[in-house]
Design a protein around this ligand. Structure first.
Ligand code: HEC
Ligand code: HEC
Length: 331
């Protein structure tokens, strides 16, 4: 191959990678639940959403953006922080969850307190310990910048900057934060190398003990459960705080286990620093608190060898393409 044809080949494949594909349902995923007909994804809407996601003007003193607590290299979590750190270094009470595969999720937050993705950003923008700003103020700041007028026009037809458009654009960006290219996915799609023996053993153990809640292929069933961790120091009661239903006390949304190697620490309050500690919890740390899930009443018996295999399997859920996808990075 000549140097010239090699060059064109590289140039072409780069172009293919950068072409905007919109929302593509991965072959091994179910149909999404987000109502795309109310918010059609376009390249201009997505690009505006991305700019807004990394926009610090949403915070009172212009220092904190969505991307401050949802960092791409950490699968859009705030790696290393047990609870979120926001404006003026104020502490939240919960661990930042990933922005990942949200098109398949129909309730948001650890307690499901938000049911519409297009309304979710209002919470962090106005929360005292997150961005501490008003929507009107934030939009007024954006209106002073000609670049935004042009981007809203491209996305929505005219230069008006309002709440609905802003929320819809943010959703468009977040909906395309899709993690579907882990080794696990390529095995499911018969695309690449198979599982090693240890990964396969770990997978069988996982299916027998974990998928009742961490359901394939999203690795969560999005239900609310009490997985037997001890009551936290701030006595977060999870789903109960939304429904005031006794049977919801201490239940939290089952998180996906994709990209775990990049999202430590774990649980709604980041109490476990390592996966080893999480597995020890399921093996021997289950507490009998109200509404403990019956599946975990006796813990999950696990030999050291099974634990090692399970860790190998969990590693196949990491998706380096997602963490490095330049389309999702601050431009
Ligand atoms: C100060 C840190 C912080 C900032 C800034 C922040 N978030 Fe979050 N985000 C969190 C935390 C913590 C949660 C979980 C809150 C809860 O469960 O009560 C969360 C939850 C979410 C969720 C729900 C995910 C799920 O799995 O349920 C979405 C979506 C989200 N944030 C998007 C955004 C957007 C968009 C912005 C910017 C407008 C933003 N966040 C700004 C910390 C932050
Ligand atoms: C009865 C349902 C249920 C079963 C079974 C279950 N989990 Fe969980 N898991 C949960 C819930 C609920 C949470 C979140 C709890 C919280 O934060 O308060 C969770 C959290 C986790 C986390 C932390 C993830 C994060 O991002 O913070 C890991 C890791 C985990 N589970 C792994 C496993 C493994 C491995 C198994 C099988 C050995 C398993 N789980 C079995 C319900 C379950």
């Amino acid at each position: 191959m000549t140097i010239l044809s090699l060059f064109t080949l590289v140039a072409c494949s780069k172009e293919v990678l950068e072409r905007f594909g919109g929302f593509l349902q991965p072959a091994n995923f179910p149909a999404p639940v987000y109502r795309f007909r109310d918010n059609k994804i376009s390249q201009a809407g997505f690009e505006l959403g991305r700019k807004l996601f990394y926009e610090p003007r949403f915070s009172r003193n212009n220092t904190v953006s969505c991307g401050s607590c949802h960092i791409q290299s950490a699968a859009f979590t705030q790696h290393g922080h047990e609870v979120s750190h926001g404006i003026d270094d104020r502490l939240g009470r919960r661990n930042s969850p990933p922005i990942m595969n949200l098109a398949w999720m129909n309730t948001f937050m650890w307690d499901g307190g938000v049911f519409d993705l297009d309304l979710q950003p209002i919470v962090p923008i106005t929360a005292h310990e997150e961005m501490d700003e008003t929507i009107e103020n934030a939009l007024a700041k954006l209106r002073t910048l000609p670049a935004y007028a042009a981007m809203y026009k491209k996305a929505f037809g005219d230069t008006a900057i309002n709440t609905t458009r802003t929320m819809k654009a943010l959703s468009q960006f977040m909906l395309l934060c899709i993690s579907s290219n882990s080794k696990y996915d390529s095995v499911q799609r018969n695309q690449g190398p198979r599982f090693s023996d240890a990964e396969q053993r770990g997978y069988i153990f996982f299916q027998a003990n974990c998928t009742a809640c961490h359901r394939e292929p999203l690795i969560t069933d999005y239900s609310f459960r009490n997985n037997g961790i001890a009551t936290g120091i701030n006595n977060d009661q999870g789903r109960y705080e939304v429904t005031l239903n006794e049977t919801d006390r201490y239940k939290f949304k089952v998180p996906s286990l994709r990209n775990l190697s990049h999202t430590a620490p774990y649980m709604h309050d980041g109490r476990f620093i390592t996966l080893d500690a999480v597995l020890d919890h399921y093996r021997s740390g289950i507490r009998q608190t109200p509404n403990l899930d019956p599946l975990l009443a006796n813990g999950i018996a696990m030999t050291d060898a099974q634990k090692a295999d399970l860790l190998q399997f969990l590693n196949t859920l990491n998706d380096p393409t997602f963490l490095r996808d330049s389309k999702l990075s601050e431009q």
